[in-house]
Write a protein that binds this ligand. Structure first.
Ligand code: SF4
Length: 467
């Protein structure tokens, strides 16, 4: 898939390591693929003062040496954002910083709550005033609202608040002397724990650990809350209910190939899914090509299993950032391609198997098929390394309505016709489990079996009344 589906943010935290802000900067840069709209870092200085810098744009655009030098201290949390719930705007860029009589705290999260409307109303009815439309602020208000434990340790307020949340999340809460780390009880969003020197780090993906030289310890368990401070790490279960329904899309598309999620390397998963795709849906072809970058591992697997040579038939221009001037209609008519080009000397006269990780709307697949034919491909057989996406996601991925999905209302033959391929096949759900050697995964956008309650979300997604 090429620029069709967007990630759902990345979080990073570091405790007990000098120059925490600088480390967070490098880690956020490694997590940049999870969100390019905005980013921020909060640090705690030795005197307990919290300082935050955040802004719209890439990590390299928001921070420079001078700004980082003002973020002093040995612990920090950071965030990269792609807007899902709450939309764009600086007010929704995290981490959030809350001033409170019982102590300031900062908060960053990844994921989406499915009961945010209900919680927001509950809190507003009790006098809360929201400054943003982000789910993070809901957790902050819940923590503050909990008067029952007003004089008890903050961990009790946090546990009480976490138990009211329903959905997918990885939360970091930083006070002036500790960081709390929590993951949703369904295990939908990834979050890993590592060691760096005498301190600790947590990250949405382990690729950030490699960049800063941290050592992976383990994944944070679903329904677990960790307290990290000068005593070390303490673990508490905030929920007895626990699943390992990791978002399958993390493996299929979102995460970096050098990340490991719950013990399985992302590249290895994708390569294995490519091998299984060949077993399930072989194609008579001369070359295998993948849609860069997320489908290359699956294309390698398909090639290895089939013996059909793997070729670089599509090239992506890596330097088309957010500020790239999109070609005018006149330029497009002249054949100016933006981000992706087919290599005529490789695909010309060949029967091509095109491997893609998934299809959302189908328009990009259609364009790529046409591009390959224009470059002289004799046949284009499309093989998708995941099942048909037929249902919206309510957990932080921007597939929110049924009618934007190619496969929601089409048969396999109709989808093949729409993208103008010679043949089309998708990987089975069973093969996803095999590729990850896993017993549980969230496959809701393929199967419609959502691991959580959905409250009013399903009605919102079904406004057109088609389902
Ligand atoms: S519905 Fe799909 S995209 Fe959303 S969390 Fe589940 S697997 Fe991931």
């Amino acid at each position: 898939m090429f620029n069709n589906l967007h990630e759902e943010c990345g979080v990073f935290g570091v405790w007990g390591v000098p120059n925490a802000a600088e480390l967070t900067y490098y880690a956020l840069h490694a997590l940049q693929h999870r969100g390019q709209e905005g980013c921020g870092i909060v640090t705690v200085a030795d005197n307990g003062e919290m300082r935050r810098i955040k802004g719209l744009g890439l990590v390299t655009e928001v921070f420079d040496n001078d700004k980082l030098a003002t973020l002093k201290g040995n612990y920090a949390i950071g965030h990269v954002r792609y807007s899902t719930t709450g939309g764009g705007g600086i007010e929704n860029v995290q981490p959030f910083l809350f001033r409170h009589g019982t102590g300031d705290f900062a908060l960053a999260h990844n994921g989406n709550l499915v009961n945010s409307d209900q919680l927001r109303k509950y809190l507003e009815d009790r006098g809360s005033l929201f400054q943003s439309t982000s789910d993070s602020e809901i957790l902050a208000h819940l923590i503050r609202k909990n008067r029952l434990y007003r004089n008890a340790p903050r961990i009790n307020q946090i546990i009480e608040a976490l138990n009211m949340l329903e959905g997918a999340f990885a939360f970091l809460v930083m006070t002036k002397n500790r960081i709390y780390v929590a993951r949703d009880k369904y295990g939908l969003r990834p979050l890993a724990l590592g060691r760096l020197g005498d301190g600790y780090v947590v990250s949405s993906e382990t690729c950030a650990f490699s960049v800063i030289g941290a050592e992976y310890i383990r994944d944070v368990y679903p329904g677990e809350v960790l307290t990290i401070d000068h005593h070390g790490i303490r673990s508490r279960k905030y929920s007895e209910y626990q699943r390992h329904a990791m978002c399958a899309m993390e493996y299929i598309y979102f995460s970096r190939p050098d990340s490991d999620i719950e013990g399985v390397n992302v590249h290895t998963f994708r390569k294995e899914s490519g091998k299984l795709l060949w077993k399930e849906s072989p194609a008579d072809a001369d070359i295998v090509i993948g849609v860069p970058d997320s489908s290359l591992s699956a294309a390698m697997g398909y090639s290895e299993a089939s013996g059909i040579p793997y070729e670089m038939g599509l090239i992506k221009n890596k330097y088309t950032g957010r500020t790239f001037i999109q070609p005018s209609q006149e330029m497009r008519d002249k054949g100016v391609k933006m981000k992706l080009s087919a290599v005529r000397s490789i695909v010309g006269g060949k029967r091509v198997v095109l491997i893609d990780d998934s299809i959302v709307r189908g328009t990009t697949s259609m364009r790529i098929v046409r591009m390959l034919r224009d470059a002289g491909a004799k046949a284009v057989h499309v093989r998708i390394a995941s099942p048909m996406i037929k249902f919206p996601c309510f957990y932080g991925v921007d597939i929110s309505t049924y009618n934007e999905l190619l496969c929601a209302n089409r048969t396999l033959e109709q989808a093949c016709e729409y993208i103008e391929a010679d043949s089309l096949a998708f990987l089975s759900e069973d093969s996803l489990f095999k590729a990850g050697q896993r017993a549980d995964l969230c496959l809701a956008c393929f199967s419609g079996n959502y691991p959580t309650a959905l409250y009013s979300r399903i009605e919102e997604a079904n406004k057109d009344g088609k389902f």
